[in-house]
Design a protein around this ligand. Structure first.
Ligand SMILES: *Cc1c(COP(=O)(O)O)cnc(C)c1O
Length: 432
């Protein structure tokens, strides 16, 4: 399968090149040249297939013949080493729990899949090292670090905004060692993301093997389609129309859901729920796309002022905002709304939602004000990852799961940087 740059359709590369480069040389995001719907029998009888079989069917066309069938199946098997349950929260509202993986956030899926694809493409180049550069607002870094830990020939450099990720997230980024390095940036997430984007434009760096593991990378973005199918498989017997509500920051997750619907998954509506970083809901309301600097919130993995993947969403809908609006709505919520929702969910059903899931729940409730469909909100992280907020808001204890327990006592190791020059000096100094 070929991918084109969203800045220039003539600029085409293979899947492998798209994964290895991360972003096109002209700074455009890569987008698949064609999208072929899956056979309707497959969707109708989805309950007859295992999650691994579904994932293989869904991703095959996007990989093409660039990874052999047996290897791709193995990559999928290692990616999907955990469950994706749906839990009823109240009538018409289900939580799709994406937090049962090693770092307890949905990004484990993309992180693991991408790490293994890159490992596959690099398997014969034992001399050359690849450096994966990734900016994180919280969860990406941990998932990428965990996915790549110990992968031969790949070094991972993670940039995160100092003091703006939760304690557990910081531990997950900074304690792994081996081929993983954490750079603590004196700034906000957008500064981290800008530095990464600049590095990819810097000829002195890109002549080396530098790639990105943000959701701009197709190998992180596309496997996120899988669990929209898994949720459908679990809930289709309810016989209702499906609405997915996705707590959104960089809009990679919801954009993957829209790709799933392009493949034939029956989804009536996508709802993007955001915190006060509301560039997309404002765009839908006013018609003007006006990014703003990100603001810090209790759902910090969504503190994104200029969502990278929105351009892909526009491409999926043929750059037609009216077509997009028929299938897509978006609402924004304050921290106060989020805390109230966490309490309401807990009081009505005993369910403990993390702040991101609670924002999703609010989007579902808004949609249900004038519809009667089945709303599935994505519970994107385990509540323990936002322990302070959850304990403080709900006054409940949250048991620490084993995969978190192990990092808590480890020592944080990070290098402080403030500017792009610092990043460059660091990368050059290590000779990549
Ligand atoms: C990354 C993340 C999000 C936002 O996902 P996008 O794909 O960037 O929209 C939401 N919740 C959590 C917990 C995350 O880690």
């Amino acid at each position: 399968m070929n991918y084109y740059s969203l800045h220039n359709k003539a600029q085409k590369v293979s899947f492998q090149e798209a994964v290895v480069q991360g972003i096109a040389p002209d700074r455009g995001l890569y987008f698949p040249e064609s999208i072929t719907a899956l056979p309707s029998e497959f969707i109708q009888h989805i309950e007859n297939y295992s999650n691994e079989e579904i994932a293989f069917t869904v991703i095959s066309q996007f990989v093409g013949d660039e990874i052999d069938e047996a290897s791709l199946k193995e990559i999928i098997k290692e990616t999907l080493c955990f469950d994706f349950p749906t839990v009823k929260v109240e009538d018409n509202v289900y939580s799709l729990e994406l937090f049962h993986g090693p770092t307890m956030a949905f990004k484990d899926v993309g992180g693991r899949f991408m790490a293994r694809c890159l490992g596959y493409f690099n398997k014969d180049k034992t001399q050359e090292q690849v450096t994966v550069l990734v900016a994180t607002s919280g969860d990406t870094g941990g998932a990428v670090a965990s996915g790549f830990l110990g992968v031969d020939g790949v070094n991972v450099v993670i940039l995160y905004p100092s003091g703006k990720v939760s304690d557990i997230q910081e531990k997950q980024l900074t304690t792994l060692g081996q081929n993983i390095t954490a750079l603590e940036v004196n700034g906000v997430f957008d500064d981290c993301q800008d530095m990464v984007k600049n590095a990819f434009l810097d000829a002195e760096l890109t002549s080396q093997n530098l790639t990105s593991a943000n959701s701009i990378n197709v190998a992180r973005w596309l496997p996120q389609m899988f669990y929209f199918f898994f949720a459908y498989k679990q809930l289709k017997q309810q016989g209702k129309e499906f609405v997915f509500v996705v707590p959104s920051g960089n809009f990679g997750n919801i954009c993957a859901g829209m790709m799933a619907s392009k493949l034939g998954l029956p989804v009536k509506q996508f709802v993007a729920a955001t915190n006060v970083n509301d560039t997309v809901p404002r765009f839908l309301a006013t018609g003007t796309y006006e990014p703003k600097p990100s603001k810090q919130t209790i759902s910090n993995a969504m503190d994104v002022g200029n969502p990278s993947n929105f351009v892909r969403i526009q491409e999926i809908y043929g750059q037609d905002t009216e077509a997009l609006k028929k299938h897509f709505s978006s609402f924004s919520y304050t921290d106060e709304d989020t805390r109230k929702a966490m309490k309401a969910i807990y009081e009505t059903s005993g369910y403990v939602a993390d702040p991101h899931g609670a924002v999703g729940y609010l989007g579902a409730k808004k949609y249900l004000e004038n519809h009667d469909d089945l709303c599935v909100f994505l519970e994107t992280a385990h509540p323990v990852k936002f322990l302070d907020t959850v304990v403080d808001t709900l006054g409940v204890e949250v048991a620490i799961p084993p995969q978190i327990e192990v990092v808590l006592d480890k020592e944080k190791k990070s290098t402080l940087i403030a500017t792009y020059e610092d990043l460059k000096a660091f990368l050059v100094g290590r000779n990549l």
